[in-house]
Ligand binder design. Structure first.
Ligand SMILES: Cc1cc2nc3c(=O)[nH]c(=O)nc-3n(C[C@H](O)[C@H](O)[C@H](O)COP(=O)(O)OP(=O)(O)OC[C@H]3O[C@@H](n4cnc5c(N)ncnc54)[C@H](O)[C@@H]3O)c2cc1C
Length: 427
């Protein structure tokens, strides 16, 4: 059986390998996908691919690497070897179309649950309803052990070359220097849980903006499939049994259930959820300002600078820049989601498009009034301006009380004043 390792670049807890005597591990560097990723995410991905190849070789096997069109490359291999194809059941429309064209067996490898265990045909909404049902009725399966050995590639099958690694300088301001691969992902999980202060204060600290410890930072490894959701779920469970259990430890699992919700929720959507629309010409300057982190609103610009220069942004930041784009600037949320897709190290199709649609008020639990008062958020979550100064050094000398609205002191006004800003600064 050919195992397509797309977004599932690990050997431990890998259901794609289950029950297969002679898996042929394959990774395709897809031309189209590759151009939709920042060089930073390309590096993060290639680190994981290189490690998977080294792990497979250490067990006697190998990882076959091909570059080009995914369907054409996998079909050619299937024909050459006269084998079927197994893939991780990705939630995206394009991937599902490709899998269908390949006649591939789709396995739920990266979610907490498998489709056949879900006690509904259509995902219940809102999220709370989904959560209550799955928590009560569907246990999360224990992670699987990695294979003890692999067989060498069949005669005549070329392993192929790893694509060239782009050179991307690290930014020392980043919350963490993320390294792709199973070893780094597992080490991060173990390290996170090694200091009980982190998981037992997660609920209070998760809305932070600066530093490695304010939330788990599991997402980049989850997205590339070098850590599985089930491994995290059970590691938290062990921590709760052996060290301490409280609201915070539960809340990490609660957030993993949001990820799960979006994974299933986006699946019935067609291509319309993703297609970035033509940009409205009259708003082009606004779009450019948002996308380059130059709106003149420090809280928005700092978050965008962080994303562009590090590939990461906090959940609080994501909610605010998304709301600002969709609600204050009135731009189509798909433009922003497409931009995130390019830059985020943790880009995950369902979490990204699902959250963007949600914040724009058109997704799960649609609402017109889902709007973030960006100035209120800035003053609540970045009281002294430490975060905006971290990413916008030009604010270094601005006084704390004006750091979120420097234009009041005579600076350049923002492209659009965020709704309600005057009420916030005047109390
Ligand atoms: C507009 C927007 C776009 C987003 N795009 C992505 C994306 O492409 N990839 C992605 O993984 N997350 C996305 N998120 C969700 C969330 O912001 C990130 O998962 C989180 O910030 C990652 O940091 P963490 O691992 O420290 O999260 P933690 O707070 O430590 O949460 C633990 C895990 O729970 C999951 N999780 C937490 N919050 C959410 C959420 N709101 N939705 C779904 N899963 C969640 C993640 O897997 C995360 O790793 C997006 C949110 C918004 C508002």
């Amino acid at each position: 059986m050919i195992i397509d390792c797309r977004d599932c670049l690990r050997l431990s807890d890998n259901p794609l390998l289950q029950g297969i005597q002679h898996p042929i591990l394959v990774w395709i560097c897809e031309d189209v996908r590759w151009t939709r990723m920042s060089p930073r995410r390309q590096v993060f991905t290639l680190q994981a691919v290189a490690e998977l190849r080294a792990q497979a070789r250490a067990l006697g096997g190998d990882l076959v690497i091909r570059q080009g069109d995914r369907v054409a490359e996998l079909s050619a291999l299937a024909q050459q070897l006269n084998l079927g194809i197994r893939v991780n059941a990705a939630s995206g429309w394009d991937e599902r179309e490709q899998d269908q064209a390949l006649g591939a067996e789709r396995i739920d490898a990266n979610s907490l649950y498998v489709e056949t265990d879900l006690p509904f045909d259509q995902v219940p909404e809102p999220f709370t309803k989904f959560r209550n049902i799955v928590q009560k009725k569907v246990p999360v399966a224990e992670p699987l052990a990695p294979p003890a050995a692999l067989l060498p590639l069949p005669q005549g099958l070329e392993p192929g070359e790893l694509p060239a690694m782009p050179e991307v300088p690290a930014d020392p301001r980043a919350v963490l220097q993320f390294v792709g691969g199973e070893t780094a992902g597992q080490a991060h999980l173990a390290n996170y849980l090694s200091d009980p202060r982190r998981p037992t204060t997660y609920k209070q600290t998760r809305n932070g903006l600066l530093g490695a410890d304010y939330s788990t930072k599991f997402s980049p490894w989850l997205a590339q499939g070098t850590l599985s959701a089930r491994q995290i779920w059970h590691a938290i469970g062990r921590f709760e049994r052996e060290v301490h259990k409280n609201d915070s430890t539960y809340w990490i699992k609660f957030e993993l259930l949001w990820r799960e919700f979006f994974h299933w929720w986006v699946q019935p959507w067609g291509a319309g959820l993703y297609a970035a629309p033509e940009r409205c010409q009259s708003r082009d300057a606004w779009w450019q300002a948002w996308a380059t982190g130059a709106t003149g609103v420090p809280f928005i610009d700092a978050n965008q600078q962080e994303l562009i220069h590090s590939g990461f942004m906090s959940n609080r930041g994501r909610q605010n820049v998304a709301s600002f784009l969709a609600k204050d600037l009135g731009l189509d949320y798909r433009l922003g989601a497409d931009f995130f897709e390019y830059h985020l190290l943790d880009y995950d199709h369902a979490s990204n498009w699902g959250n963007w649609a949600y914040v724009a008020g058109v997704g799960a639990d649609p609402r017109d009034d889902r709007w973030f008062n960006v100035m209120l958020q800035a003053t609540r979550y970045d009281k002294r301006g430490g975060y905006v100064r971290h990413w916008l050094p030009e604010l270094e000398t601005v006084e704390d009380r004006q750091v979120h609205w420097p234009w009041v002191a005579g600076g350049q006004p923002p492209i659009v004043a965020p709704g309600g800003w005057d009420k916030v600064i005047n109390g």
